[in-house]
Design a protein around this ligand. Sequence first.
Ligand SMILES: NC(=O)c1ccc[n+]([C@@H]2O[C@H](COP(=O)([O-])OP(=O)(O)OC[C@H]3O[C@@H](n4cnc5c(N)ncnc54)[C@H](OP(=O)(O)O)[C@@H]3O)[C@@H](O)[C@H]2O)c1
Length: 321
Amino acid sequence: MEKQIGTMRVLVTGGSGLVGKAIQHVVKEEGGAREGEEWIFLSSKDADLTNAAETRAIFEKHRPTHVVHVAAMVGGLFRHLRQNLDFWRNNVCINDNVLQTAHEFGVVKVVSCLSTCIFPDKTTYPIDETMIHNGPPHESNSGYAYAKRMVDVHNRACWTQYGRRYTAVIPTNIFGPHDNFNIEDAHVLPALVHKTYKAKRDGTALEVWGSGHALRQFIYSLDLARLYLWVLREYDEVEPIILSVGQEEEITIKDVVDAIVEAFGFTGPVIYDTSKSDGQMKKTASNAKLRSYRPDFTFTPFQTGKHQTHLSQLKKSTVLT
Ligand SMILES: NC(=O)c1ccc[n+]([C@@H]2O[C@H](COP(=O)([O-])OP(=O)(O)OC[C@H]3O[C@@H](n4cnc5c(N)ncnc54)[C@H](OP(=O)(O)O)[C@@H]3O)[C@@H](O)[C@H]2O)c1
């Protein structure tokens, strides 16, 4: 039985990004919104959330009852290596501004977005929700990881001090339309899509950074969006919840490369540059908690014909130069 939580006015920060656009799609195209609900999707043009006054002004304007907080400085491994300090400072500011302003405006629920790459580097596998603070993160993205971990610290303190039920989801690697395809800054999958596109166009070799042996779990952005709505409406815990496909669906970067190469019909040579970092070799996450709530949820499989469709959507959905 679904819980009735009355009319909601939901403010989605980061509404113009990969996850925000997927939530927008589910809300507007898949009937995710209920009658009487209002959904507001923000980009950085509406408010720079690193700025406390601008954050306050946007809450004043929209007076949300609920906040889906996905805005963040986001990027792939090589951007993290270049801009570790910026990731720390920008994300700490954004998160503190959003969470504190939400509290001051009496927002009933905030669902923030963490990531499986914030977990300790040295850990046992699979990782689960109880292990976030058990040791230092991988040094490649420590600024981002600590900033994200502080969201969990904030949520717990806000619960004990004010009884606010603010929580967070923890997705694995996400892929889907509206991703950032910039080769230098992007996550591994969109960066590989862009590189493969260029290699095919220019008749050159496809150069992959790293050995290809690193393991990752990928969640399709629309699956994540559907689960995000469920968390907003139904999930009552302050403790975060991992949103991921099962451990058995973990694949290597080489598997990803092979899928992209096949989707593009790329027949040239593929070279793995092992002088470049692999990042964390694996971050295998358990989705047991999610499965205890949602044993029925069907994930869109990565390595199927359907995925080929998603890759062609990716090709169409962006300006690949
Ligand atoms: N992508 C992944 O694989 C992945 C994996 C795990 C977790 N996550 C988390 O998922 C969430 C969404 O990520 P994403 O992949 O959708 O990122 P994205 O495509 O880069 O989008 C980031 C969003 O945040 C907004 N934003 C950035 N800085 C801002 C600022 N100073 N003020 C206001 N808005 C700002 C951007 O607005 P503009 O468009 O105007 O710049 C954009 O809407 C993030 O919290 C991220 O940490 C992502």
